[in-house]
Design a protein around this ligand. Structure first.
Ligand code: HPA
Length: 281
């Protein structure tokens, strides 16, 4: 049976053979944010179902293809749609694409997601730049045998979200005149939205927003020594005392509406990288 390292190498070799250029940045597009891939030029598009060992994306609002090309002057690999634990995949499967993009050459991972806002200052359509996370998935992509070629047994998690990029993302939002917050994201497995008591609990333990993704991918990025910029769009407000019914289609629509904000931040960050040409770290 192939191990994780071999699967990663096979998938990366397949993508390279399809003519994708070496990416500097990997971008994972979450719920409602898939249209960002239109910004990628001279692209090579590969459906996930064709890439060896990739799962297929079944979540609503997720297309399921890898788009490699150039975005604002920077070679990127863009995941139009991601995988979730609630689809029945192991977290090793969910995070394989991060490892494959790292193997292809990325030095920065940008992640977007849709999240429920528990901080009472948050409104639907706001953006939250993730400055830290809490893993309440009851699971971890690093469980089991650790292949030292991929990363250490006990990776440091003290500063996975790059501080300079957080500051820069906040500045971009301020200059563009839209609301962005810094905050803590808590990841749960889902697929149900939370009960009032759960939202109250999650707020109490220090989270500002809640979602069903991102944490596994960020753990694997940390395992592979890669900085991360992660952006949540607040698609529903989750105030336990005045909680409204959550609706998955409304979440997708709210994500789509907020997409220009996320796009603005990502394009400008890529523009910075293109103009200074420097390594991220
Ligand atoms: N809970 C969990 N995941 C989510 C939510 C939520 O309220 N909104 C968007 N993704």
């Amino acid at each position: 049976m192939l191990d994780l390292h071999d699967k990663m190498e096979e998938a990366a070799a397949f993508i390279t053979a399809r003519g994708a250029c070496k990416p500097r940045v990997g971008i994972i597009l979450g719920t409602g944010l898939g249209n960002f891939a239109r910004e990628v030029k001279e692209e090579v598009v590969i459906p996930y179902c064709e890439i060896p060992h990739f799962p297929t994306s079944t979540a609503i609002g997720h297309k399921g293809q890898l788009v490699c090309g150039t975005c604002n002057g920077v070679p990127v690999a863009t995941m139009e749609g991601r995988f979730h634990s609630y689809e029945g995949y192991s977290l090793q499967q969910v995070t394989l694409p991060v490892r494959v993009m790292r193997k292809l050459g990325i030095e920065l991972l940008i992640v977007s997601n849709a999240a429920g806002g528990m901080n009472p200052h948050f409104r639907v359509g706001d953006v939250m730049i993730i400055e830290d996370h809490i893993n309440l998935m009851g699971d971890n992509p690093l469980l089991g045998y650790n292949d030292e070629r991929l990363g250490p047994r006990f990776p440091d998690m003290s500063e996975v979200y790059d501080r300079k990029l957080i500051d820069r993302a906040m500045e971009i939002a301020r200059l563009a005149n839209f609301a962005a917050h810094r905050g803590v994201y808590v990841g749960l497995k889902g697929p149900n939205f939370e009960t009032r008591a759960e939202y109250r609990f999650l707020r109490l333990v220090g989270a500002d927003a809640v979602g069903m993704s991102t944490v596994p991918e960020v753990i694997v990025a940390a395992h592979m020594g890669m900085p991360v910029l992660a952006i949540s769009t607040i698609t529903n407000v989750c105030l336990p005392d005045v909680l409204e019914k959550a609706d998955a289609n409304e979440v997708v629509q709210a994500g789509k509406k907020a997409e220009p904000k996320m796009r603005r931040i990502v394009l400008e960050i890529l523009g910075d990288l293109a103009s200074d040409g420097a390594n991220v770290r």
